[in-house]
Write a protein that binds this ligand. Structure first.
Ligand code: PMP
Length: 399
């Protein structure tokens, strides 16, 4: 046999298929509800003003090696403040092993590699459902996978009792992946009270929580509020892992800026764990690109630019909230016999609509509306001008 002849085509990412079908459609009313990227009310991608300001600030700045190292430490320092809290004691204690990562995906992969290196037998527990790429990331890192119950299809909310059961039934000392806010794909987050219960249970079971925070700010519009799960676990004295992405909340998708951090028992352990992560990163991709790094560290370390960013995050989150209300109201006005409360109960970029694969296929075929077959609607694709067309279409296929 010749080289590569035993290779067959890899399965397409579900989102890629949706995007391709959307692009191939020439109907002027077409709507793309697949892509998980923010769009403004004209349906256009945007560059945040804080990013433009940071661009202007760094224009002509020399990319000296020493400079990049310094910037990377400032990025990590500022990122962990966002996750663990500006005044978290663990920051002063030096207990965080943090590294710039290739956006959220790269942060997850680095953690998965670290996990395999030190706990090769331990599976990762992923919520059911979860971002589909989580399965790929931990598969390729050769970490075994389990799932735990999360979503309740009837209530279209959290199946808290089942989640608790699965957390209890997992062997003591298991590793769990949690979405701290704006769960993808369901838009369903635990309440503060439920997080407290989960944290308590994790303590009893000695589970390790790994938080994948890809949408900080998108759930409530407030960065601290969206990190409340992490803050609760922190208060309860857990050791924690965390992936952060600036793809959505700074609109820096292709720049690939993120951070991975592990909260360790003490400063000495943090130095050790960081050195391990550095070695893993070095072997996988050397070092991450510097342009996005300069942007993010400039935004986060300049108080004025940072407060502009905080405002812009709120604007994005609020637009999405308005579209949730508009979509639900339009469906109710049409006299839909179905309950659409979950559209406004769910939070963040996505609405897990409850539309079946058949509904989704009909929406594409008859109405030029595209989404993944699990019925996930990217609310960012909904605008003031397409929301009533969308509601009509959904009403038609669900009558
Ligand atoms: N985690 C979750 C839950 C996500 O939804 C995403 C983006 N779709 C990511 C991680 C990674 O995003 P990125 O690598 O673009 O930062």
């Amino acid at each position: 046999v010749g080289w590569w002849e035993n290779a067959s085509p890899a399965a397409k990412d579900p989102i890629t298929g949706v995007t391709e079908a959307f692009l191939a459609d020439t109907n002027p009313h077409k709507i793309n509800l697949g892509v998980g990227a923010y769009r403004d009310d004209e349906g256009k991608p945007i560059v945040l003003q804080c990013v433009r300001n940071a661009e202007a600030k760094i224009a002509g700045c020399e990319f000296l090696e020493a400079n990049a190292t310094e910037m990377a430490s400032s990025l990590v320092e500022e990122s962990v403040k966002l996750a663990y809290g500006e005044h978290a004691r663990v920051l002063k204690e030096g207990r965080l092993a943090g590294l710039q990562a290739l956006s959220g995906t790269g942060a997850c992969r680095l953690f998965a590699e670290l996990q395999r290196r030190f706990y090769p037998e331990l599976p990762i527990y992923l919520p059911r459902p979860t971002w589909s790429n989580h399965h790929n990331v931990w598969r390729d890192a050769q970490v075994p996978q389990r799932t735990f119950q999360y979503y309740h299809p009837v209530s279209k909310g959290l199946n808290f009792a089942a989640l608790v059961d699965d957390v209890k039934n997992a062997p003591d000392g298991s590793v769990f992946l949690l979405h701290p806010c704006a769960h993808n794909p369901t838009g369903v987050d635990p309440t503060e009270e439920q997080w407290r219960d989960i944290s308590y249970l994790f303590k009893v079971k000695n589970h390790f929580p790994f938080f994948d925070m890809a949408y900080q700010g998108f759930a409530s519009g407030d960065l601290d509020m969206d990190a409340q799960a992490i803050r609760i676990f922190l208060e309860d004295g857990h050791l924690i892992g965390c992936a952060q992405s600036f793809a959505k909340n700074m609109g820096l998708y292709g720049h690939r800026v993120g951070c991975v951090s592990v909260l360790c028992a003490d400063a000495k352990q943090a130095v050790v764990v960081k050195s391990q992560m550095q070695q893993i990163a070095r072997a996988m991709y050397g070092s991450p690109p510097v342009h996005g790094l300069l942007l993010v560290s400039t935004i986060l370390s300049d108080p004025q630019t940072k407060s502009l960013w905080v405002k812009e995050v709120k604007v994005m989150a609020n637009r999405i909230k308005r579209m949730r209300t508009a979509l639900r109201e339009n469906l109710e006005k049409l006299g839909s016999p179905l309950n659409w409360e979950h559209i406004t109960n769910q939070v963040g970029m996505f609405c897990f609509s409850g539309l079946t694969p058949d509904h989704v296929d009909r929406l594409a075929r008859e109405f030029h509306v595209y989404m993944t077959r699990d019925g996930r609607i990217s609310m960012a694709g909904v605008t003031t001008s397409n929301v009533s067309y969308l509601a009509d279409a959904i009403h038609e296929v669900t009558k």
